[in-house]
Design a protein around this ligand. Structure first.
Ligand code: NDP
Length: 325
């Protein structure tokens, strides 16, 4: 079968599209014929070797896939069932989605929700599912649109684009922060009420500053997250899922102890199954599919390797769908 394979040799990591023996797929009770995958920031890290994501060689990268069950010894799935997968260590310790097939334990799969195609599910992918986990976390602490606006950082990226759409649909006044102000019309099309330049948030943060928003979805980290926290209204909530600017957090405790702000960590990889299933059900019913369509660029498997450096450079807009023939 055709697959993108990362290998490690004397000179370091190599990555190539090649034939991979099906007999070398990993243990699992379900074999899936993959029709679609996607490219997330973490896939860029794995494809380029910019961070030590891959911990087993050879590795097929790709943290997401969608397809049809080819064979199954699990009572939960039968041949022909439509399924998707996000995370669970794919591209780290388990072979991932940039291949025509994958074999996995049934517990790693999610049935494709009613109302979504495999292509739409991969347009959502880990980035969109993480955006939904972020929205759910803000809901869970009772912060609602009548408390004030919501800020989305890295708004033209994958997590940011889907978060913008979901929050706007839920009635939030969304402030989209981006380094690509030429994408203002794109972001307004997704539902952003205001677009600000990310330079406003990427400089050295003050411990606390004027109150601007009640909620935040941050995929950028570092100074940006610290500035978002410092400008969050009393009793507000901010989610943190990413590190596009950096892994540090040069903040003070002032927003927590003076304004009661909540900082909510989001992990998609090992998120428990019930919350995962709920996120996908909510995505199927709450995401505006026309707006999702506006985020999509479609590429063949052959183009994936070249897109790794592009996503790390912040040059990819919205979501990429990889079609696997
Ligand atoms: P994308 O590359 O699609 O989006 C990231 C966006 O961040 C870019 O588009 C850009 O937005 C912004 N950005 C990039 N570099 C900088 C910088 N130096 N300073 C400020 N902003 C910057 O990636 P994804 O949406 O797939 O992922 C976003 C982040 O979330 C990544 O760090 C990823 O690892 C993390 N993530 C974590 C998950 C988890 O489980 N915790 C799951 C999914 C993602 P713009 O051009 O609009 O400024």
């Amino acid at each position: 079968m055709k697959a993108i394979v990362i290998e490690k040799g004397e000179g370091g990591q190599t990555v190539a599209l090649k034939d991979f023996p099906e007999a070398d797929l990993m243990d699992g009770d379900v074999t899936v014929r993959i029709s679609h995958s996607t490219i997330n920031y973490k896939d860029g890290l794995a494809l380029t070797g910019a961070a030590p994501i891959v911990r087993r060689f050879p590795m097929i990268p790709g943290i997401d896939f969608a397809g049809v069950v080819e064979s199954s010894s699990s009572p939960d799935y039968k041949p022909g069932d439509k399924v998707l997968l996000n995370g669970w260590g794919t591209s780290e310790t388990h072979l991932g989605g940039y291949a025509q097939k994958s074999r996995v334990p049934a517990s790693m799969l999610v049935p494709l929700p009613e109302g979504l195609t495999a292509r739409q599910a991969m347009a959502i992918g880990t980035a969109g599912y993480t955006a939904m986990l972020s929205v759910m976390a803000i809901d869970a602490v009772g912060v609602t649109p009548d408390h004030g606006p919501a800020i989305v950082t890295g708004a033209a990226g994958g997590v940011g684009s889907v978060a913008t759409t979901l929050l706007a649909r839920a009635g939030w006044h969304v402030i989209a922060s981006t380094g690509r102000t030429e994408e203002a019309e794109y972001l307004k099309g997704l539902g952003a009420a205001e677009v600000i330049h990310r330079d406003e948030l990427s400089g050295t943060p003050k411990p606390i500053a004027g109150e601007r928003w009640a909620a935040g979805v941050d995929s950028v980290g570092s100074n940006t997250l610290a500035n978002v926290l410092a400008q969050t209204k009393y009793d507000g909530a901010v989610t943190s899922c990413g590190l596009a600017q950096g892994m540090d957090l040069p903040a003070s405790v002032a927003p927590f102890i003076l304004r009661g702000i909540k900082l909510l960590g989001i992990d998609s990889v090992h998120c428990p199954r019930p919350r995962r299933f709920e996120a996908w059900q909510r995505l199927a019913s709450e995401l505006d599919l026309d707006r999702l369509e506006a985020m999509i660029t479609t590429v063949p498997l052959e183009d994936v390797i070249a897109l790794g450096p592009q996503i790390l450079a912040g040059k990819v807009r919205g979501r990429i769908v990889v079609e696997i023939g």
